[in-house]
Design a protein around this ligand. Structure first.
Ligand code: ATP
Ligand code: MG
Length: 285
């Protein structure tokens, strides 16, 4: 894993990325009191690689955690999801990945309905998921963790291992080391590497920077951008909201299981309402 030389280097990289982006998506807000207008989502989600439409989901009968969520990612996009604790960010990723029952609404991949499909089926179809916690097998080596990631397609192990090693050279160098003995940042690399073993077209990441120091957070974000640059569409939940908005093409603010704000990373990061309501407190968290 190469480290950005310093924080300025990293900032510059982010700013360059921001400058290269075209702002073809418009900021879309709504106040909680307003009736939900899904038309902007419906129009912009046309042709999306993956999309969630008006999802209602929860863990228990009669208790909905997602109250009509919309999300889409166009092929090649890096999409961020931010919002307060308990907003339903992890639930949204889990619902997309078949781990939480969607009671109403749909999930589609390349136009095909995949709502409530089993996770192993979704992996076969090209969705990778890195959960928020317990995302490596600590007693297994790095190599064994990556083998677990490829269990549905063991024949492609060597080719995929080389791909992952290209992104995370440290993992290849230390392939015989147990994942439990790795640092938090290294474990995240293993977890992302494991999910990449099946050559996903969409990678779902739940708080890849959780518990990491600012320097390691930057490293993980650089890696996420590297993964995205190989053509993998990324949907990333992040507690580190400002950082997330800096690197993502588009972002969503979730609040109480609903879409609160959406727009390009830059639009959200500079929106006074978003700053006041979400970035101030989240930045301190
Ligand atoms: N397995 C579960 N069973 C029942 N309720 C759950 C379960 N997991 C989460 N919840 C509830 O769903 C709500 C949303 O949780 P979720 O984990 O999606 O939030 P989040 O936005 O990811 O928060 P955080 O930033 O803390 O990770 C919370 O009220 C939580 O208590
Ligand atoms: Mg969460």
């Amino acid at each position: 894993m190469t480290t950005p030389d310093n924080a300025h280097e990293f900032e510059r990289e982010l700013d360059l990325d921001a400058a290269q982006r075209t702002d073809h998506h418009h900021g879309r807000h709504r106040d909680d009191a307003e009736a939900v207008d899904r038309s902007a989502h419906v129009a912009a989600a046309e042709g999306a690689l993956v999309r969630v439409d008006d999802a209602i989901a929860g863990y228990l009968p009669g208790v909905n955690i997602l109250n009509g969520c919309d999300l889409y990612a166009q092929e090649g996009e890096l999409v961020g999801i931010i919002g307060p604790n308990g907003a339903g960010k992890s639930t949204l990723l889990k619902a997309l990945f078949g781990l939480v029952k969607i009671k109403e609404g749909t999930v589609t991949l390349r136009g095909e309905t995949i709502t409530n499909m089993r996770a192993d089926q979704l992996v076969k179809r090209g969705i990778g998921f890195v959960p928020q916690s317990n995302n490596v097998f600590p007693s297994l080596t790095i190599e064994e963790n990556l083998q677990m990631g490829a269990y549905q397609a063991p024949g492609s192990f060597t080719e995929r291992f080389d791909f992952v090693a290209g992104l995370f050279p440290t993992l290849a160098d230390r392939r015989k080391q147990r994942a439990g003995s790795l640092s938090g940042g290294e474990r995240q690399m293993v977890a992302m590497g494991r999910a990449l073993m099946m050559n996903p077209s969409v990678l779902l990441l739940d708080e890849p920077s959780a518990g990491l120091s600012p320097v390691l957070t930057d490293e993980v974000f650089v890696r996420v951008k590297d993964i995205n640059a190989t053509g993998v569409t990324v949907i990333m939940v992040e507690q580190n909201a400002r950082r997330c908005l800096q690197i993502c093409d588009r972002g969503y603010v979730l609040d109480q299981g609903r879409n609160a704000y959406t727009g390009t990373g830059r639009q959200l990061a500079t929106d006074p309402k978003v700053i006041e309501l979400y970035l101030g407190t989240l930045a301190k968290a």
